[in-house]
Write a new protein. Structure first.
Length: 696
């Protein structure tokens, strides 16, 4: 018996060791800077690694919970910040691959892993024993002598529990759960209804004459859609790639109106896919949830954790921009109206005329297209220019290291060093589309940054794009939009690479949502500065520097219809705030509510039968409730912050150092308004944005 017992122990230990040895995700990464060993990782390693990582995290949680000592900042709050490091590393590798180099197997694993991750997150954030410990520490916060970062960590930790209902009575906790459950179901229904409406609609045209004005490429795409559905002719639907070009180019006004009405009446037809009751119910449930937690309305609840702080902060911004934009929008409408008249149009411009005539005028005014700019934006030169900007501003340098494993031969890995030669970060770039890569562009990290036991553990940051590929005869030539995208994501990457926090949950891009786009959007400002472009924007064949007139055209065309575009975004912001500052449930007509909410922003006559709220997924199915203003907020911030560089010099090292020290290094360690004021000297104003967009 004894013998067998011993044997089985040995056997079990072996299994454990073999697993860890065979699963590269669970051992030490024996690579430069412990970067992910992609060459060793196989799909089948992920699920067991996730399970083992979660188990390790659960053990760490258990150790905090069962610690017999009185809860302290170190043994509870800091310990919680450290929970799940292995899981973070496993997730970092997995989710980056899921986005940039996916396959069906990985997608299947994601399905399996997602409930496990949700459960683990809930184990951390809903555990009453943990909360009691956190609360004990929080109650002594004024006696603990904490520095600013420690204070933020403690507050975040405590509020994270409280905002999920930890302080409620058992009865109210049950209500909170019921509301949350109904809300998540309703959001799904909302989205599904809009999607079903979108998918159900088609406009089939068999007479080509009716499609005059549409470019050949659009016609080809429409013929392809028809063919895919076994139909003759050309098929248009109300997805963006079909709808947008149709509204821009189709000469036939009746057809434009038909498509516009279909697009704008989604889930507003009184049938089983109608979202009017869902909109009202979602707004009501959010109000209930906020009031249960002691807030006046849902916006108060959301904005407490935003740079804007409260609805007054949001309205202040919306109103300032409104004052400057509305008159300009009306003038722009007048200009388009007059231009349309010269094209033979009679009567008042309606929404379905706007895109059509404004596009025609744009072509006439600017004579600018992608093909004219692309030769100046060869990818390798642009990359050199962008990395070089970081060198100029912050003194950091980039050195490619081919010993760092990559997940695809197209990926480049750099080591990034500070001005004094200290290692700062690993930085990956992945530029071109591939099957298995999601569309769009993003920054992410494989590993965050933190300090522990006096060691600064540096981040591994990546940017992933879908840029035009080189061809047999041409190198990769970027559109101007792609250049801006690269600048944007590189800005996020700097926020990650320069991170200098102690606690990982406050490091790098872990900041309030209405602050996270400042480092990215500010970088886009350089893209239209001749002084910067002159360094690298050279014709790939002739070497000629991009001409000044071309740069001016970029700026002018970017500001085309700035008033109208501003007012349009503001109208959505006002609508969002109206729904989420309700203090009692709204029972009237959704259409009336909407018209009232954005009345002062309208520049076209009202159209019956269309409704924005019933299809506004950002607000009712996504994470933008009481947050839509964030788009404009970020623009205000980036323009206001960039104005310091404009004033003191585009490559001014002191300004850059201050931006680095006060914003980029700080992550979410303090309230963003405090960080911003330290850089800027005062709170942001809308002036720089108005000036940049020609509204002032
Ligand atoms: Zn961004």
């Amino acid at each position: 018996m004894k013998r067998i017992y011993l044997l089985s122990i040995v056997f079990l230990m072996n299994i454990g060791m073999i697993n860890a040895q065979n699963n590269p995700l669970l051992g030490t990464f024996n690579t430069p800077h412990e970067t992910a060993p992609f060459n060793e990782i196989k799909n089948e390693h992920f699920l067991p690694a996730f399970k083992a990582s979660i188990e390790a995290g659960e053990k760490e949680l258990e150790a905090i919970k069962s610690n017999p000592e009185a809860p302290t900042f170190e043994n509870t709050i800091v310990a919680l910040d450290h929970v799940g490091r292995l899981l973070g590393r496993t997730s970092g590798v997995f989710f980056n691959l899921l986005g940039a180099e996916t396959n069906e197997e990985l997608q299947g694993i994601a399905q399996e892993v997602s409930p496990l991750l949700t459960k683990f997150q809930n184990d951390v954030s809903l555990d009453p024993v943990l909360f009691e410990k956190v609360k004990k520490v929080y109650q002594q916060k004024d006696q603990l002598n904490l520095d600013a970062e420690q204070k933020t960590l403690l507050e975040n930790s405590y509020e994270g529990f409280v905002r999920k209902g930890a302080n409620l009575s058992e009865a109210d906790k049950a209500k909170f759960r019921a509301i949350s459950t109904e809300l998540s179901k309703l959001s799904l229904t909302f989205d599904e209804n809009v999607l079903k409406e979108t998918n159900a609609y088609e406009l089939v045209i068999t007479n080509k004459e009716e499609l005059s004005g549409l470019p050949e490429g659009e016609l080809e795409a429409a013929a392809g859609r028809a063919k895919a559905k076994g139909k003759e002719g050309w098929l248009f639907d109300i997805t963006q790639p079909s709808f947008g070009p149709f509204m821009k180019y189709a000469d036939n006004r009746d057809l434009r109106k038909t498509l516009y009405m279909a697009y704008s009446s989604k889930s507003f037809k009184g049938d089983e896919l109608d979202n009017q009751e869902n909109v009202k119910r979602i707004a009501e449930l959010r109000l209930q949830l906020a009031q249960l937690l002691g807030y006046k309305n849902y916006a108060d609840y959301v904005l407490e954790r935003r740079m804007a702080i409260n609805p007054a902060g949001v309205y202040g911004l919306l109103n300032d921009l409104y004052e400057a934009s509305y008159k300009v929008a009306l003038q722009e409408k007048q200009e388009i109206q007059e231009f349309a008249a010269t094209e033979g149009f009679e009567g008042e411009l309606m929404p379905w005329d706007w895109s059509y005539y404004s596009e025609k005028l744009k072509v006439k005014k600017f004579d600018l297209n992608d093909e004219m700019l692309k030769p100046y934006f060869e990818l390798s030169r642009v990359t050199e220019g962008v990395l070089g900007l970081a060198t100029d501003l912050f003194g950091i340098t980039f050195r490619e290291n081919k010993d760092i494993p990559v997940y695809n031969p197209e990926v480049t890995a750099y080591e990034v060093f500070d001005a004094d030669g200290t290692f700062l970060s690993v930085f990956y770039t992945d530029f071109h589309p591939r099957p298995g890569k999601q569309g769009g562009a993003w920054m992410n990290d494989f590993k965050g940054q933190w300090k522990e036991n006096g060691v600064d553990s540096r981040p591994h940051v990546t940017i992933v794009m879908n840029f035009t590929r080189p061809t047999e005869t041409k190198p990769a030539l970027l559109t101007f939009y792609e250049v801006e995208t690269l600048m944007h994501e590189f800005g996020h990457a700097l926020h990650g690479m320069l991170a200098n926090s102690t606690y990982s949950s406050l490091s790098g891009t872990n900041v309030y949502r209405d602050f996270v786009e400042l480092p990215s959007q500010i970088m886009e400002n350089w893209a239209t500065q001749k002084e910067f472009l002159d360094r690298f924007a050279k014709h790939y064949q002739t070497g000629e520097t991009i001409p000044a007139e071309l740069v001016q055209k970029i700026v002018d065309s970017q500001n085309y219809l700035a008033g109208y575009l501003s007012i349009r975004q503001l109208s959505f912001g006002y609508l969002d705030m109206a729904w989420h500052t309700l203090e009692k449930p709204y029972t009237g007509s959704v259409k009336d509510f909407e018209e009232q909410a954005w009345k002062k922003t309208q520049i076209f006559p009202a159209v019956d039968g269309v409704c924005m709220s019933t299809q506004f997924g950002h607000l009712f199915a996504g994470g933008y409730a009481a947050g839509y203003y964030g788009y404009k907020w970020a623009e205000v911030l980036d323009a206001d912050a960039f104005s310091v560089f404009k004033e003191k010099g585009l490559f001014n090292k002191e300004v850059a150092a201050s931006f680095r020290k006060n914003i980029l290094e700080k992550g979410g360690t303090e309230h963003p308004m405090e960080l911003y004021k330290r850089f800027r000297g005062h709170e942001p104003t809308v002036d720089a944005l108005l000036e940049r967009s020609g509204l002032q």
